[in-house]
Design a protein around this ligand. Structure first.
Ligand SMILES: [Zn+2]
Ligand SMILES: [Zn+2]
Length: 248
């Protein structure tokens, strides 16, 4: 009997788990093939092997991966163009991770969140972090938030840092300008597109604080950099950026 048990405990009872898989089979979130069981992450072996995790050597500031050598600053970071201290991403933006992000952002599907949480938990990503004062998901404009029903960066913040839920704040950093989607723009246009669109509702809370910023994909860094600029102006002592994926 399941009396007093969580419904998730069904996976602990082999014959019930088999029945569940028979009536409600699990499918790979990357390629759609049927899986033998519903174990997270919901990827087949081929898709799981295709997850391209980002490790050293990389740029010690923006996290750009290098093919060889030690960690060092890339050409762009040598010019000190960023307001954040460091940016790190779990994996390269390609299938199957890009499929997870696409489903989350454009299909409004939350089915992949358990798998994202499982991928993050199974890596060293985020594990070396010291507890921050605040975790800010990159905000959506109210119009887009209403259309999508949720902010994917908030969902990702909970996947990355389930143990620091109370540090995740959605109302302090806001987006007051409705901008064109960054994915449709050139590098130069991306930079211009997000200038001046972020602001703090209570900037007095930021002075001396350690901040983590969360977004889905790091492409040129323009969006997170504009958020970091606002936080730096308000006196943040450190700003670290974490994204699920990074375009390379
Ligand atoms: Zn697959
Ligand atoms: Zn760099």
């Amino acid at each position: 009997m399941l009396v007093g048990r969580d419904w998730k405990d069904i996976n602990m009872i082999p014959w019930l788990s088999s029945c569940k898989e028979f009536f409600f089979p699990s499918f790979c979130l990357g390629c759609g093939c049927q899986l033998a069981n519903g174990k997270l992450p919901l990827f087949c072996q081929d898709c799981l092997r295709s997850v391209d995790y980002i490790f050293s050597p990389l740029c010690s500031c923006c996290g750009k991966p290098f093919l060889q050598g030690d960690d060092h600053l890339c050409g762009q970071c040598l010019k000190k163009t960023f307001y954040f201290d460091s940016a790190r991403s779990l994996a390269v933006y390609k299938k199957p991770v890009s499929t997870l992000i696409h489903d989350l952002k454009f299909s409004g599907s939350l089915n992949g969140l358990g798998s994202i949480k499982s991928l993050v938990a199974g890596s060293f990503f985020c594990s070396s972090m010291k507890e921050p004062d605040y975790i800010f998901p990159i905000p959506l404009h109210a119009k887009r938030l209403k259309a999508r029903g949720f902010n994917q960066a908030v969902m990702l913040a909970h996947c990355f840092f389930p143990f620091w839920k109370e540090r995740i704040k959605s109302g302090l950093l806001i987006r007051h300008g409705d901008t064109a989607p960054q994915a449709l723009l050139s590098k130069q246009e991306r930079r211009q597109n997000v200038v001046g669109v972020f602001r703090l509702t209570q900037p007095e809370f930021i002075r001396g604080k350690r901040i983590i910023l969360i977004d889905d994909v790091y492409t040129t860094g323009s969006t997170v950099n504009q958020c970091a600029r606002v936080l730096r102006q308000a006196g943040a002592s450190s700003i670290e950026v974490f994204t699920l994926a990074r375009a390379v």
